[in-house]
Write a protein of this length. Structure first.
Length: 331
């Protein structure tokens, strides 16, 4: 429209001159000024409020495709292109993950299990395939190691723990948590990399005792465990590069995994639902979900975690260790 341009420049140039340059009548311009905003402009104004609210709820993580889907779920009808246009005008841009690299090193002399999963990442039933991995996070107090188990069907994080040391005690704690929450039957496929934390005698013995089928990625091939690599990449870039303390990291990880990722974040691989919504749908009458955990199970908050999450700082060089886990290069 030419009239908004004239209105914008009317404080610097005469209106008649602007109308002449843009080949419109000054009478038509003044008539337009008296009309007020058009119905579409008023609707855009209301839609901007909804978009900003959805964007802030996602903690600046959603781009226009997910914002559009979230608005539609709330009964707000609009096109994806319109959402993208309004987000550009508002300066709303989701953070994008960077590339990562993998540095998993198996324990010398220990035989690895075959790659039974073989990149078959589409699974029809919950608690039929679990995938696990661990990574490190930087805090101003030093490194913090995070181990995770994910249900490959629902993409739900079913066990996670952090530690200042990277040993099989960490991965065993995660496995115990997942077993307690899910109580699966025998025959679950457990997939991980070949790191010593997953190939230790204690860890493998517990898997065998509980009737798991053991699967491990091929040496140096991060894509054999792509869902976990994707999760860690998303987590690190949606949370940021550094935490003020280990306690702050624990608190923010709790909120991200238990409150946002499992219960609110939309996942394209499961039909733009959260893992909790997906599992709830599978447990409706006539569905076949077998897990013992409920989608809306309460979450216990550790009182040791402070509410203040502190300030972020630059990420230093990654640590080296005799047993190194899967990580992403953030530089």
């Amino acid at each position: 429209m030419k009239y908004p341009i004239i209105k914008q420049l009317s404080g610097k140039f005469p209106v008649r001159r602007l109308c002449k340059m843009l080949e419109v009548s000054h009478g038509g311009y003044y008539e337009w000024r008296g009309r007020g905003p058009s119905p579409r402009a008023r609707e855009d104004r209301r839609l901007r409020v909804q978009i900003r609210a959805a964007f802030r709820e996602s903690r600046d993580r959603y781009g226009s495709p997910r914002i559009h889907k979230q608005l539609r779920q709330r009964g707000i009808r609009c096109s994806r292109k319109r959402v993208a246009r309004l987000m550009r005008q508002e300066g709303l841009r989701a953070r994008q993950p960077r590339r990562f690299r993998v540095t998993t090193r198996p324990t010398p002399g220990r035989s690895a299990a075959p790659n039974v999963l073989a990149r078959r990442f589409t699974v029809d039933a919950v608690d039929s395939v679990w995938v696990g991995d661990l990574t490190y996070l930087w805090t101003q107090e030093g490194w913090l190691y995070l181990a995770v188990l994910m249900d490959l069907c629902s993409r739900r994080i079913i066990g996670w723990a952090v530690s200042e040391t990277m040993t099989d005690d960490l991965t065993l704690a995660v496995l115990d948590q997942a077993l307690e929450q899910r109580r699966p039957g025998s025959g679950v496929l457990h997939h991980s990399d070949r790191g010593s934390q997953y190939s230790s005698d204690d860890y493998l013995d517990k898997l065998r005792d509980r009737g798991f089928t053991i699967s491990m990625s091929r040496k140096g091939d991060c894509w054999d465990n792509a869902p976990m690599e994707s999760f860690f990449s998303t987590l690190k870039f949606e949370l940021g590069g550094c935490f003020s303390s280990r306690a702050a990291a624990r608190a923010e990880l709790f909120h991200y995994i238990e409150v946002f990722y499992n219960r609110a974040r939309m996942h394209t691989s499961i039909g733009d639902q959260s893992p909790a919504q997906f599992e709830a749908a599978m447990r409706r009458p006539g569905q076949s979900g077998q897990s013992a955990v409920e989608a809306d199970a309460p979450v216990e908050i550790d009182s040791r975690f402070p509410p203040s999450l502190g300030q972020r700082s630059a990420l230093p060089t990654a640590p080296t260790a005799a047993t190194t886990t899967t990580t992403m290069d953030l530089n």
